[in-house]
Design a protein around this ligand. Structure first.
Ligand SMILES: O=c1ccn([C@@H]2O[C@H](COP(=O)(O)OP(=O)(O)O[C@H]3O[C@H](CO)[C@@H](O)[C@H](O)[C@H]3O)[C@@H](O)[C@H]2O)c(=O)[nH]1
Length: 500
């Protein structure tokens, strides 16, 4: 029978994309370092991608049998399990995106349910489920197995808040109407004002019944049943939004969630693609002279835009590292660069399919980051004191751009018009890398970095919130198990997941 001195045990399940897996992994390590037992679940597919990406790498950073082998050797109780996502390993999830997401929406929960049914028999008993907010079924699973339901949001709180109030946006005609209003939105609790063009792409869309929309509607219905919400953000950066959210449900800003200890030298890799080593190349470049470009792991760009950016880089004359995933346009369109491009830039440009981003942007040679504004990239760039050139493509990236450019003033827009042109890219990039105005951005980014650093300090907001969050899990676990104030109610002594 479980007793209330037992360690808390959480099952963690990220959405099966890089930008979600990364913060989940570092949160797992942090919770385990604070005495939690963690069972981390990846899909078979993600597990195989990570393992394959490492088989070609330096054996020093190879994870032996699973992602957390090293962490276990250092004494942390992190277990690892994999689950079927409903598709065979060879299925191209990037090319068949909508079909894959339909599977996540309708089929995945049955596989996960079966796995949780097995995991709850483990020792110490599982008390808590930490699931990505984009899943549509955590409330059902948490209820079935009597687990505390923690929803982990890997984007800014502002984005969460806007989805949370989709109905309000709809009622006011800013979303889901034939002809959405174009004026400023000033009625969302905790958001003073936001322009419709800064909403997430899904809230700007005219087709509002895509599979991703259906995921969002269901996920933001499910979230209302969460016991606890945690966000990879910082209280001081999004104070009003978080205060408003907290009036509805306990919401903790616990970010930025980074590898602990040495930021750049994580002891293992969680990349889905194998990482090219850029350090030699960077070592030969002057300080702050290299622009780093990456559009993250998920979004695609059109071939036309890529050609404009490529020509713009050619004309700009700046040094650059450009991460171009093989499926950046589409998995069946892998030959997208202009003829002779690589030859023409070979002394000052390096193109790689993937790299260890935090290591690259920490290098003193990096002076700017042209980014799609994925939230992890934004936080990492701030941490490294690197100003941003923003080129949002999809989802939260438009809203993140607003935070970066309009609110925090740590970056600029790549294009001011509808479409990106090579003239504008050349002009913006060379001015950004060589002009004096970047000094202001650098100063501002250092200020924001200080806010992040303070939040992670011993008395910082994220650290305090993290401890309150852990406490809250324990309180909720006791409630679920029918305990109050740590005393076992005779009615509920069933050995089911009691923690202290
Ligand atoms: O060559 C590369 C490129 C990226 N990264 C890492 O991959 C992650 C990418 O995350 P992010 O910048 O958030 O972009 P996406 O992969 O596109 O992330 C998805 O998930 C994010 C968090 O939910 C959202 O903000 C994004 O819009 C969504 O596309 C970061 O940790 C990077 O350090 C590498 O290690 N090597």
């Amino acid at each position: 029978m479980a007793n209330h001195h037992q360690k808390p045990h959480a099952i963690m399940i990220p959405y099966p994309y890089q930008g979600h897996i990364t913060p989940f992994v570092y949160l797992a390590i942090k919770l385990a370092s604070h005495g939690f037992t963690i069972t981390f679940v990846n899909t078979h597919y993600i597990h195989s991608k990570i393992s394959n990406s490492q088989s070609r790498e330096n054996s020093q950073i190879k994870n032996k049998d699973d992602l957390f082998a090293r962490a276990r050797e250092s004494g942390l109780d992190i277990r690892y399990a994999t689950v079927n996502d409903g598709f065979p390993l060879g299925f191209d999830r990037s090319l068949n995106h909508d079909q894959f997401v339909e599977g996540l929406l309708h089929v995945f929960s049955a596989h996960f349910d079966e796995l949780v049914g097995d995991l709850v028999k483990s020792d110490p008993p599982v008390t808590c489920l930490i699931a990505d907010t984009f899943y549509v079924w955590p409330a059902m699973i948490a209820d079935k197995y009597s687990l505390v339901y923690v929803s982990f949001w890997t984007e800014p709180a502002l984005v969460f808040n806007l989805y949370y109030h989709m109905e309000l946006l709809k009622k006011n005609g800013h979303f889901a109407s034939q002809d959405n209003r174009k004026d400023t939105i000033d009625y969302i609790p905790g958001v003073k004002a936001i322009e419709p063009r800064d909403l997430m792409s899904y809230l700007q869309a005219t087709d509002i019944w895509t599979v991703v929309h259906r995921v969002i509607y269901k996920a933001f219905t499910d979230i209302k049943k969460a016991d606890i919400i945690i966000c990879n953000t910082v209280q001081e950066l999004e104070f009003d939004t978080l205060s408003a959210l907290n009036k509805n449900q306990p919401t903790y800003a616990i970010g930025p969630i980074f590898p602990s200890g040495n930021f750049t030298k994580a002891p293992f890799s969680i990349s889905l693609w194998s990482e090219s080593d850029c350090s030699q190349w960077l070592n030969n470049k002057p300080n702050s002279s290299v622009l780093y470009l990456s559009f993250g792991s998920y979004a695609h760009t059109s071939k036309e835009d890529l050609l404009e950016i490529a020509h713009g880089l050619q004309f700009s004359g700046v040094n650059f590292i450009w991460v171009l995933r093989p499926d950046i346009v589409s998995s069946d369109e892998t030959d997208f660069l202009p003829v002779g491009f690589e030859e023409s830039i070979k002394d000052r440009g390096l193109i790689v399919p993937w790299c260890r981003q935090i290591e690259v942007i920490s290098h003193p040679a990096i002076g700017g980051f042209l980014t799609h504004c994925g939230w992890n990239s934004t936080l990492e760039s701030i941490w490294c004191g690197i100003p941003l050139i923003c080129f949002p493509l999809l989802t939260d990236q438009f809203t993140n751009r607003k935070l970066v450019v309009n609110d925090w003033k740590i970056g600029i827009n790549l294009c001011d018009k509808e479409r990106v042109t090579h003239e504008e890219v050349a002009e913006k990039v060379s001015h950004f890398m060589c002009g004096n105005s970047t000094q202001e951005l650098r100063k501002a980014v250092k200020e924001v970095r200080k806010t992040l650093e303070n939040a992670l300090g011993q008395d910082g907001s994220s650290e305090k919130n993290f401890h309150q969050f852990m406490e809250n899990i324990k309180v909720n676990a006791r409630k679920r198990a029918g305990l109050s104030n740590g005393h076992v109610s005779p009615l509920h002594q069933n050995g089911n997941g009691l923690v202290h």
